[in-house]
Design a protein. Structure first.
Length: 221
């Protein structure tokens, strides 16, 4: 059963124009290096970005925000450094799983990891324990520049509230809703996801959404 609805698909490009006009460029993802972006994508699971920033600052101070050093460090020490991000023991293992994949499959080279066929790269990332579709797509888009649209909780909430998808729509269905109705352009996917995040945080809140002042108000059914 398909849970994405056909009658709202034309709104996808119109949403982008409306949000970009209201907010302008977002400059997302906030990471100075590709590895910092990747680490942030893993740490941001189930926590607010402000907590990720604190953890990344600690990693920088400990000189661990480098693939080889993170790969070599003890998992317990890594967990202590990323404590502000929450679920730190679990996330430390996921970071170590990623660096193991990087060194075992790509000789520690981010160039090798992020180069080549997008579908093959995505499959490789999804084979790493603790990396799901959203994290894999974030890595591909923001660290690798591959045209993969990222779907998060904000994307789902907005799509459901605007009648473009049912409550039980899966990740891949929601992703296809955007990718099939936008030109395949990593820059557009990058900006669009950032605009959706801003909309979800500032207007389309879980409780008491601010629909009257939201730039997407005119698209509500």
């Amino acid at each position: 059963m398909h849970c994405v609805k056909d009658n709202g698909k034309k709104a996808i490009s119109a949403w982008y124009e409306s949000l970009f006009g209201a907010f302008g460029p977002q400059g997302w993802w906030p990471g100075r290096t590709r590895f910092e972006v990747i680490v942030g994508a893993i740490l941001t699971q189930n926590t607010a970005w402000i907590n990720v920033e604190k953890a990344i600052t600690r990693l920088k101070r400990a000189r661990l925000l480098v693939p080889r050093r993170m790969h070599a460090v003890d998992v317990a020490e890594l967990a202590e450094q990323i404590r502000p991000a929450g679920y730190f023991n679990v996330k430390a293992k996921r970071l170590k799983n990623f660096t193991a994949h990087l060194f075992e499959k790509h000789d520690g080279s981010l160039d090798r990891l992020l180069r080549g066929n997008t579908a093959g790269l995505r499959a490789g990332l999804l084979s790493v324990s603790g990396i799901g579709p959203e994290t894999a797509d974030s890595i591909l888009l923001y660290a690798g520049g591959h045209p993969e649209f990222v779907v998060d909780a904000y994307t789902r909430r907005i799509a459901v509230r605007h009648g473009l998808a049912g409550e039980d729509a899966g990740y891949e269905e929601l992703k296809s809703l955007f990718m099939e109705n936008l030109r395949e352009d990593a820059r557009v996917f990058n900006e669009y996801h950032a605009l959706i995040v801003k909309t979800g945080k500032d207007f389309c809140k879980t409780k008491k959404p601010l629909c009257e002042s939201c730039p997407l108000k005119k698209f509500l059914n």
